[in-house]
Design a protein around this ligand. Structure first.
Ligand SMILES: O=C(O)CCC(=O)C(=O)O
Length: 253
């Protein structure tokens, strides 16, 4: 299937999201999934004092080379460039795993409420399915057009376009449901945001102000990257705490 960038752009502007874009073949997603499951097997105790799940939940690209490599995938970047322009940074890479027959849900939310970036259009999440993600398995759900309404006060358990309301349901299937969310931003996101933040330049010019640029992991769980991970986590946790009125909790149950 060919990817028609102009159609993607107009759908995205209209609905706030675009779905079903082909990026990896089934063989490639299986290979990524095997890699992730291999990490779960070999690093049961995590690394650097963190559980493996911590790295899966946020900023996995800082310490896991495979996740940084996926964030640099040129097919994804071509799509994101068509939407955001030529200068791109990967801000976070996260895994969303729901075990078979799991009651875990993600309640309706707008991502940028919490990210200390202000109300910006310069952030896009690329969500990649690594398994079959049917309705039964708890697929992503969106409210089309909700990105045009701006940020809305909401009190969900986790108080996309970063303004598009989205959620996901229980995994009622007998298979694991696994997705990777890559959060891309432009350098301009920080032009009006206080403080600094960390991100990995993936295309175009290296940003000048407001960003500490990271190069990507030196190896799997490299000690220097684990220290960097802690620094980033501490900085971003402070921003999150300032932005959230309620306790931030990702999964509903
Ligand atoms: O994969 C999911 O279930 C939720 C993902 C999500 O909420 C996000 O990418 O912001």
């Amino acid at each position: 299937m060919t990817i028609e960038l102009d159609k993607i752009v107009s759908k995205y502007r209209d609905k706030g999201f675009v779905s079903g874009l082909p990026v990896f073949s089934r063989t490639e997603t299986d290979e990524i999934l095997n890699y992730i499951e291999g990490l779960e097997e070999k690093h049961k105790k995590g690394a650097g004092g963190h559980s493996l799940n911590q790295f899966f939940r946020v900023n996995g690209h800082v310490v896991i080379p495979k996740l940084a490599e996926i964030a640099r995938n040129t097919t994804i970047l071509d799509i994101i460039e068509a939407l955001l322009g030529p200068n791109l940074l990967a801000w976070s890479v996260e895994l969303f795993i729901k075990e078979p027959n799991s009651a875990k849900t993600v309640s309706w939310h707008q991502d940028i409420t919490y990210w200390g970036m202000g109300e910006t259009d310069d952030e896009i999440t690329a969500w990649l399915a690594l398994s079959d993600v049917s309705i039964e398995a708890g697929c992503m759900r969106f409210i089309p057009g909700s990105h045009r309404e701006g940020l809305v006060e909401h009190r969900d358990t986790f108080d996309k376009n970063g303004r598009c309301f989205h959620a996901s349901g229980k995994n009622r299937s007998k298979n694991r449901r696994v997705g990777i969310a890559i959060r891309y931003v432009t350098p301009e996101v920080r032009d009006h945001a206080p403080g600094r933040d960390w991100a990995m330049p993936v295309r175009g010019e290296i940003p000048r102000g407001g960003w500490d640029c990271i190069a990507g992991p030196r190896g799997l769980f490299h000690p220097n990257d684990l220290m960097l991970y802690d620094r980033i986590l501490a900085g971003q946790t402070k921003t999150l705490a300032e932005g959230a009125r309620n306790q931030v909790k990702l999964y509903g149950s």
